[in-house]
Design a protein around this ligand. Structure first.
Ligand code: F0G
Length: 465
């Protein structure tokens, strides 16, 4: 590339279709949040001005993707759109067996069922919540073995998603027959969207192999991980994100992917495998729960959009802008003195709510306090990644175990918000930061058995006491 004349990194696209933002008043938001039982998952999207709940399925597709959708082949068996997608995925990952699913968690469920995790252990850097829930639902044990720096928000380690190799070795050695598989989440969503280095992935794979265990990627954010390797890992800056991604995939036996992230689509998932026998078992389960192997729970047009999106996710101009946009908000909040998960990750900025609200104990869900304050202040929706999401319920409905970190994630949908949206967001967050001393905690009034964060009813601690 030529030497740039400018230092600004602008959005590498222009806007062809727009969608108006909904606005609400502070009075309306107070009532709407009460009606949503103080759980932002239960708000209507039409009452949210800036939606940073998730980067999953919420991004904008390109003109090329919309055009590809028109060519989608809706044939039940043998859809041409499937073969297009299969070629793209095989070329990117080298995996011979490409199995589409309706989204990531379906791929996880099928992999863990086919790999028979019942009564056995899955060793991961960190399981995402649906991943952990699927392992546990199938009777397995999910262990998180991220490096200690990954649990320390203040650490500036460039690859805080890395597996703790000594811990992995110990578990592989001691667990022997109990270990079903090793899983590496790239980037490490539950731990701050932090990347895993190529070197760590190489060593993780070598350790797993030496103990006869397969290793898989949870590749939801494979392109962002590849970009952060290019930016941060010695000797990688001269390689393209696609080359780095290829090497990541070359090291593993297979991967699950929620394509709603770096697949750049609104819906879709993949389970890709090297082993033919395991792939046969997976396809049988797929037919039972998702659909025929050439569509797997998706429309032909979804497969077509994904085939284009996987290429766009690896575009250097896009990834440079993506990383710059996360850094831009990160720096604005850092300048306010806010406690953040450091350094900036791939898809989101994470605020350390435990340190922001030291007067609110983890059992009173400081992350929920922050998400609710953000909504009340400006109609901004974020997500708690703390004790509501990862704690375990006590007998009386109160959380008896708390999560290791009380984070709040501001996830950026892809190609959706511009720099002025982020400037406005920075002002809303600054207001919440200034008023932090008055904020109060929450308690859980009602919760489900699995994945409680999505459906729990909450109540403010002060109002109920
Ligand atoms: N793995 C990771 C790392 C994820 O972040 C997600 C979803 C999944 C698996 C499950 O994929 O939603 O397609 O079934 N993460 C979303 C999020 C929900 O907001 O981070 P899915």
């Amino acid at each position: 590339m030529d030497m740039p004349l400018t230092r600004s990194v602008m959005e590498p696209f222009r806007i062809k279709v727009t969608e108006p933002l909904p606005f609400t008043t502070a009075t309306q938001r107070r009532e709407l949040l009460r009606q949503a039982r103080y759980n932002v998952f239960l708000l209507h999207g039409s009452h949210v001005t800036m939606d940073l709940l998730t980067d999953s399925g919420t991004g904008a597709m390109s003109a090329a993707q919309w055009a590809a959708m028109m060519t989608g082949d809706e044939t039940y068996a043998g859809s041409e759109s499937f073969f297009q997608l299969e070629r793209v995925v095989q070329d990117l990952s080298g995996m011979p067996h490409v199995i589409p699913t309706h989204q990531g968690r379906a791929a996880e469920h099928i992999l863990f069922a086919a790999a028979n995790v019942a009564g056995r252990t899955v060793l991961a850097n960190t399981h995402f919540d649906t991943t952990r829930a699927n392992v546990e639902y199938l009777g397995g044990t999910a262990l998180d073995l991220v490096i200690p720096q990954g649990r320390d928000p203040a650490s500036e380690h460039p690859f805080k998603g890395n597996m703790d190799l000594a811990a992995l070795k110990r578990h592989l050695h001691e667990g022997k027959d109990r270990v079903a598989l090793v899983l590496v989440t790239v980037t490490n969503n539950a731990g701050g969207g932090q990347p895993v280095s190529l070197e760590n992935l190489r060593q993780t794979a070598a350790l797993a192999r030496a103990h006869g265990k397969p290793v898989y990627l949870d590749a939801a954010r494979f392109a962002e991980n590849a970009w952060l390797i290019k930016e941060r890992e010695g000797g990688q800056s001269g390689r393209s994100p696609a080359e780095i991604a290829r090497e990541m995939f070359s090291l593993v036996d297979g991967f699950t992917m929620s394509c709603k992230k770096d697949g750049m689509v609104n819906i879709g998932g993949l389970l890709c495998l090297r082993d033919a026998e395991l792939a046969d078992q997976a396809r049988s389960l797929l037919i039972l729960t998702e659909g025929f192997p050439t569509y797997g729970g998706l429309a032909g047009r979804d497969l077509a959009a994904l085939a284009v999106g996987l290429g766009e996710a690896l575009d250097e101009n896009y990834l440079r802008y993506r990383a710059a946009s996360i850094r831009y908000l990160y720096r604005a909040l850092d300048a306010l003195g806010m406690p953040l998960m450091r350094p900036p990750g791939g898809h989101a900025v994470y605020i350390d709510a435990a340190r922001m609200y030291p007067h609110i104990p983890p059992a009173q869900l400081p992350g929920v306090t922050l998400t609710n304050e953000l909504y009340l202040a400006g109609g901004v929706r974020a997500v708690e990644v703390g004790t509501l999401m990862f704690g375990r319920p006590g007998a009386d409905g109160a959380p008896d175990t708390c999560a290791p970190l009380e984070l709040v994630r501001l996830a950026f949908p892809r190609r959706t918000y511009t720099q002025s949206h982020v400037d406005w967001l920075g002002e809303v967050i600054a207001h919440v930061w200034q008023n932090r001393h008055q904020a109060a905690g929450y308690r859980i009034a009602r919760q489900g058995r699995l994945l409680r964060a999505f459906t729990a009813h909450l109540e403010p601690v002060q109002a109920a006491s």
